[in-house]
Design a protein around this ligand. Structure first.
Ligand SMILES: Cc1cc2nc3c(=O)[nH]c(=O)nc-3n(C[C@H](O)[C@H](O)[C@H](O)COP(=O)(O)OP(=O)(O)OC[C@H]3O[C@@H](n4cnc5c(N)ncnc54)[C@H](O)[C@@H]3O)c2cc1C
Length: 228
């Protein structure tokens, strides 16, 4: 039987219920949702939560075969919607449309490099949970305590490089982290070659990485997902 493709999954309106909320740091949390029986998606895709006139997209972090759905969110203190989700109690009813997006893994002969900042790690978590291994992952965060899912990615990746903002405080594991931006790591340390880059997070980071890929890895492929 051929594997499912994005075209197989119709975008529809669904109802779901909050099952659980778990804080990963003081500002980042996971929210687990019931999975409507007819909802299907591919790892790397997202849903659009609907709340009155508000529409917000979130990448799924669970594998398509998991019995529930989950998201990884940063609570933006001044934000309109993420604080509502951050305080949503189990049993809260939500509506969403989906699945959305084309940020899915496409195997090729080239080495894969995943690049994320902050919660931009979310779609890669879903991919890893479907069994994808052997990639290089750069995760840009301010400090080491924000390396949520470090264990999962350390096990699945060929090379897992936490990139800590230069201004962050010193950490004890200086050996295993890169001090600087993900684009600086690409500029200074990734050997030249042809890669498949998957880049997710802040648009400024995606622009910097795109420029770096054009300059240093011009025959590579680049897939992007802009969060904000
Ligand atoms: C394709 C796509 C996938 C997304 N997936 C995720 C996801 O998996 N997890 C997630 O946390 N967010 C994700 N987002 C961002 C999310 O949709 C919301 O924009 C975010 O939750 C803020 O919504 P808000 O209503 O609280 O803030 P708003 O009132 O919309 O915005 C307040 C301010 O916060 C900024 N902002 C938005 N997101 C962030 C962030 N992560 N860090 C810092 N500043 C931010 C905005 O640029 C704006 O200036 C995704 C966005 C897109 C387009």
């Amino acid at each position: 039987m051929r594997p499912p493709t994005i075209k197989d999954h119709d975008v529809r309106l669904y109802s779901t219920e909050v099952l659980e909320r778990v804080w990963l740091t003081d500002r980042v949390f996971e929210i687990r949702l019931s999975k409507p029986s007819t909802f299907k998606f591919m790892a790397g895709q997202r849903i659009r939560l609907l709340h009155r006139a508000i529409r917000r997209d979130y990448s799924l972090i669970t594998a398509p075969s998991d019995p529930t759905l989950a998201l990884c969110l940063k609570k933006i203190e001044s934000g309109e919607y993420s604080p509502i989700l951050a305080s949503a109690k189990p049993g809260t009813q939500l509506s969403f449309t989906g699945p959305l997006g084309y940020f899915t893994y496409r195997p090729s002969g080239r080495p894969t490099v995943f690049v994320a900042t902050g919660t931009g790690i979310a779609p890669f978590l879903s991919m890893v949970r479907t069994g994808i291994t052997g990639f290089t992952l750069l995760h840009g965060v301010h400090r080491a305590t924000n390396l949520y899912y470090r264990d999962i990615f350390s096990r699945a990746a060929r090379l897992y490089i936490p990139c800590l903002a230069a201004e962050a405080e010193e950490t004890e594991d200086r050996e295993s982290v890169f001090r600087g931006r993900v684009s600086h790591y690409l500029a200074e340390h990734l050997p030249s070659g042809n890669y498949d880059f998957y880049v997710c997070g802040r648009q400024e980071m995606i622009r910097d990485v795109t420029l770096m890929v054009d300059a240093r890895f011009p025959s590579s492929l680049l897939y992007t997902e802009v969060f904000y």
